[in-house]
Design a protein around this ligand. Structure first.
Ligand code: NAD
Length: 270
């Protein structure tokens, strides 16, 4: 018996990176998966092959898949996305709020529009999807699971990425608040906090060996993580193996949250 046999999952931003790996891992564990994507036009063309291979892998595992377009920052899109999945499958057991973006600029130069865009996708999008999932879980009366894709920047500041760090910190209390509010009604809400993972979001260093080595020099385990390593944590939290865990953020970050600068006792020299 696989851990997610017969469950129905919706993964936002599931066409690339960590979301795609979660979709595939969930199917490997027996879940049927709806993959949400946002991009259109040329960008969608670029990821078309990745989405198609993810879908065929899901089918190879004997699971159903569907692909649903929606901008998670828009209430009407999110409601239409849930309606489409529920029309097709009648149920959703697991929501993964994975869609996320970041914008970099010194804070004194950060535009309001970029600040709002990041908050709208990362935080309002997670709220909107969680709210629809909770409405469905309550109406169905059989509980459900929500897992938020947060970041080490839920707790570690990220200079020049203010809206990203603010959004992920917000995700921490979104997770804890929803967990407490619905713990008595069979709904578990947790988060995963990845460190530096080799995905399209990090293409600036993933494809440049020198920059990659620089990034990895900061990570206690000594290397960037893979999307598959993060997906494994999602699969655990989605499964009944995590039936007594709610309101937690599991950091999968190669030790980044351990204050790596304290590897040596520089503050108390001999
Ligand atoms: P990615 O860019 O491959 O994935 C982000 C996905 O979100 C993309 O598929 C994108 O199309 C989608 N998306 C963006 N805006 C959207 C919108 N408005 N509606 C729906 N989908 C939208 O990068 P990734 O690294 O796989 O990121 C996935 C999540 O993991 C993000 O929330 C990110 O913050 C988080 N994360 C990533 C890392 C890392 O190092 N890669 C570290 C910590 C946290």
């Amino acid at each position: 018996m696989k851990r997610l046999d017969g469950r129905y999952a919706l993964v936002t931003g599931g066409s690339t990176g960590i979301g795609r790996a979660i979709a595939i891992r969930f199917a490997q564990e027996g879940a049927n998966v709806a993959i949400n994507y946002h991009s259109s036009g040329e960008e969608a063309e670029l990821t078309r092959e990745e989405v198609e291979t993810a879908c065929s892998t899901i089918r190879e595992y004997g699971c159903e898949e569907m692909v649903v377009q929606a901008n998670v920052a828009r209430e009407d899109d999110v409601q239409a996305m849930f309606a489409r999945v529920l029309d097709a499958w009648g149920r959703i057991d697991i929501l993964v709020n994975n869609a996320g973006i970041q914008k970099a600029a010194p804070t004194e130069d950060m535009s309001v529009s970029d600040y709002d865009k990041v908050l709208a996708v990362n935080l309002r999008g997670s709220f909107l999807c969680a709210r629809e999932a909770i409405r469905h879980f309550l109406a169905r009366g059989q509980g459900g699971v929500i897992i938020n894709d947060s970041s080490v920047h839920q707790i570690i500041p990220k200079p020049t990425f203010t809206p990203y760090a603010v959004s992920k910190a917000g995700m921490g209390n979104l997770t804890r608040t929803l967990a407490l509010e619905y713990a008595g009604r069979g709904i578990r809400v947790n988060a995963v906090g990845p460190g530096a993972i080799a995905t399209p979001m990090n293409k600036a260093w993933v494809e440049d060996p020198e920059k990659k080595a620089e990034v990895e020099s900061h990570i206690p385990i000594g290397r960037a993580g893979t999307p598959e390593e993060i997906a494994a944590v999602f699969a655990f939290l989605a499964s009944d193996d995590a039936s007594y865990i709610t309101g937690q953020t599991v950091y999968a970050c190669g030790g980044l949250t351990l204050y790596p600068d304290f590897r040596t006792a520089w503050s108390s020299p001999d």
